[in-house]
Design a protein around this ligand. Structure first.
Ligand code: 3PG
Length: 212
């Protein structure tokens, strides 16, 4: 990842994972997150409107650090770079996708959950890694033990998968973590139900926890 993006993600401390079905929801959800103090978004490429939603957010809310999630193909990397995404992440560690991100100058964090994944990512030059799925893989206990042999490399991790306001503190206190992420802040049901105040409240809760 580029140093300016690392700083942006680190400063944000939390990334809201979004699955958006309708373009009309992009702006209100982004504004609801900002109102609660969350300025970094991972917009997943699991719905066809994700690209249009990203363009809307990028045009109107430049203060948002906007990344794409579920980036599985070289073509998606190319499109993400074209849209001007700040970063991209994937659930897994695909060397072709990592190489494409480097070619297109897109800051990319591949997903890892084993030492072999970490070493594959290292070989590709990645130093910021998505730890996914964090909770069911053993949470911070698993990550801390797995990373011990690589500590001298000063790797940083973004844990995702099963995080919530109830377990976020455990991740945030570790020096291995640059930022946490999760869908709980703006769940798909809340977006579909246009529950913007609830999203702002969730964003506010996690922002406060990060500040404390
Ligand atoms: C992701 O898309 O990065 C993860 O699915 C987020 O996991 P969560 O839904 O458990 O927060």
């Amino acid at each position: 990842m580029a140093p300016d993006i690392i700083k942006k993600v680190d400063d944000a401390g939390v990334i809201a994972v979004l699955v958006i079905d309708e373009v009309k929801h992009a702006m209100p959800v982004a504004k609801a997150l900002l109102a609660g103090g969350v300025s970094a978004i991972e917009l997943t490429l699991r719905t066809p409107v994700a690209w249009e939603a990203a363009n809307a957010i990028k045009d109107e809310l430049p203060e948002i650090t906007l990344g794409f999630g579920t980036v599985l193909t070289v073509e998606q990397v190319q499109n993400a770079a074209k849209v001007g995404a700040d970063f991209a992440v994937a659930p897994g560690c695909n060397p072709k996708v990592i190489a494409a991100a480097q070619d297109y100058g897109l800051s990319f964090a591949p997903g890892i959950v084993t030492p072999s994944d970490i070493e594959m990512a290292l070989e590709q030059g990645c130093r910021i890694l998505k730890y996914f799925p964090a909770e069911t893989s053993g949470g911070m206990k698993h990550l801390t033990n797995m990373v011990a042999p690589y500590n001298y490399l000063n790797l940083k991790f973004i844990p995702l998968g099963g995080l919530s306001i109830n377990n976020a503190a455990e991740y945030l206190k570790s020096p291995l973590i640059t930022a946490i992420g999760g869908s709980w802040i703006a769940k798909q049901d809340l977006i579909r139900g246009e529950q913007w105040a609830a999203i702002t409240q969730n964003a506010h809760e996690i922002s406060q926890l990060i500040k404390d």
